[in-house]
Design a protein around this ligand. Structure first.
Ligand code: PBG
Ligand code: ZN
Length: 322
C-alpha cells in the first residue's frame, strides 16, 4: 500500500504516539563517564580542549563520582596521569599508582558505582606509545607482560572491569589467562577491539599528556579506511575471551558499530571520543547549535547504530537531561 492509503504522519502526530513507536531509547544505564585522575594535583583543573571536563585529584574524583552516581550514571572509566613517566610505563602497574589509588577510593565511597580501569601504558611512558619500544617499534609481546601486570594491579585495587585500549595483538587472550591464573576469573574484560587511528584523540592526548614523542600509533591502531579489518579485530577479541567489545571513535565509525553489532552476540560499547565532544561543545559555545538537542541526538544515533554502552564526556549533562 502506498499513498494515500499509507500516511507516515499518522504516528507522528503527538508526543505520545511518537513515544509509543520509538525504536531507540537512550537511558542512564547506557552511559559511562571517563574520568582523568592526576597525581600530585589538588582539587580539579579544567582541560582547555574539552570544556566542562577536568583533571581531578583522587579526592576530587571521589566527589565527581558521587555526582555522577547521584545522577544515575552507572560507571566511570578511569585514566591516570602519573607524576613521573618512564620508558617502561611503570606507573601503570604500580600497586599504588594513580588509577589504583582512585579505584580504591571510589569503590570505598561508592561501592555500587562501576569502576572501569583503562589498561594501557601510553599515559605512563615517557615516549607516549601504548607499549614498550624496541628501537623505533613498539614490541608487541614484551608489552603483553606489562599489560598483564597492569590489569592485575587494577583487579587487586578493586576494579569492576578492566578495559585494554592498547591494540597489541593477543592481549585479550593473554590478559584473560593472567587474570584467571591470579584468581580473577570473574573479572570482565572490555576490549577496545576495533580502535582506529584517529585525529579525534587530540583533546584526550592533551588532557592525558600522552601524545607520542616520535611517530604515531598507526603501527598498532586500525586504519580508518578499513571496515573488514575492523570486523576481524572484533572477532579475534571475541574468540580470545573478551566480555564486551568496543568501537572507537563512535561518530565517524557508526557503520562499524552497526556491522560489529550484526556480527557478534557480545555486548558492544562505542566511545564518543574527546574530539567528537570538543566539536560539539565548540559549535554550541559559538551559538551554532542547541547543545542539549545536539548531544541527545548524537548519543541516540550511537545507540541506534547498535551500541549497548556509550562512553561519553557528555554523560553528566545527558544524565541531567534524560
Ligand atoms: C590510548 C587511548 C586513547 C584514548 C583513550 N586511551 C587514544 C590514543 O591516544 O590513541 C582516546 C580517548 C579520547 O579521545 O577521548 N590508549
Ligand atoms: Zn594507549
Amino acid at each position: 500500500m502506498a499513498f494515500p492509503e499509507t500516511r507516515m504522519r499518522r504516528l507522528r502526530a503527538t508526543p505520545q504516539l511518537r513515544g509509543l513507536v520509538a525504536e531507540t531509547q537512550l537511558q542512564h544505564a547506557d552511559l559511562l563517564a571517563p574520568l582523568f585522575i592526576a597525581e600530585g594535583l589538588s582539587g580539579s583543573e579544567p582541560i582547555p580542549s574539552m570544556p566542562g571536563v577536568s583533571r581531578h585529584s583522587v579526592e576530587a574524583a571521589v566527589t565527581e563520582a558521587a555526582e555522577l552516581a547521584a545522577l544515575g550514571v552507572p560507571g566511570v572509566l578511569l585514566f591516570g596521569i602519573p607524576a613521573h613517566k618512564d620508558a617502561q610505563g611503570s606507573g601503570a602497574y604500580d600497586p599504588d599508582g594513580i588509577v589504583q589509588q582512585a579505584t580504591r577510593a571510589i569503590k570505598a565511597a561508592h561501592p555500587d558505582l562501576l569502576v572501569i580501569a583503562d589498561t594501557c601504558l601510553c599515559e605512563y611512558t615517557d615516549h607516549g606509545h601504548c607499549g614498550v619500544l624496541h628501537g623505533e617499534t613498539v614490541d608487541n609481546d614484551a608489552t603483553l607482560e606489562l599489560l598483564a601486570k597492569t590489569a592485575l594491579s587494577q583487579a587487586e585495587a578493586g576494579a569492576d572491569i578492566v578495559a585494554p585500549s592498547d591494540m597489541m595483538d593477543g592481549r585479550i587472550g593473554h590478559l584473560r589467562r593472567s587474570l584467571d591464573q591470579a584468581g580473577h576469573s570473574e573479572l570482565p574484560l572490555m576490549s577496545y577491539s576495533s580502535k582506529f587511528a584517529s585525529a579525534f584523540y587530540g583533546p584526550f592526548r592533551e588532557a592525558a599528556g600522552s601524545t607520542p614523542a616520535r611517530g604515531d600509533r598507526r603501527a598498532y591502531q586500525l586504519p580508518g579506511a578499513n571496515a573488514r579489518e575492523a570486523l576481524r579485530e572484533s572477532r579475534l577479541d571475541a574468540d580470545e575471551g573478551a566480555d564486551i567489545l568496543m568501537v572507537k571513535p563512535a561518530l565517524a565509525y557508526l557503520d562499524i558499530v552497526g556491522r560489529v553489532r550484526e556480527q557478534t552476540e557480545l555486548p558492544l560499547a562505542a566511545y564518543n571520543v574527546g574530539g567528537e565532544y570538543a566539536m560539539l561543545k565548540a559549535a554550541a559555545a559559538a551559538g551554532y547549535l542547541n547543545e542539549r538537542d545536539a548531544v541527545l541526538e548524537t548519543l541516540t544515533s550511537i545507540k541506534r547504530a547498535g551500541a549497548d554502552i556509550i562512553i561519553t564526556y557528555h554523560a553528566k549533562d545527558a544524565a541531567k537531561w534524560l
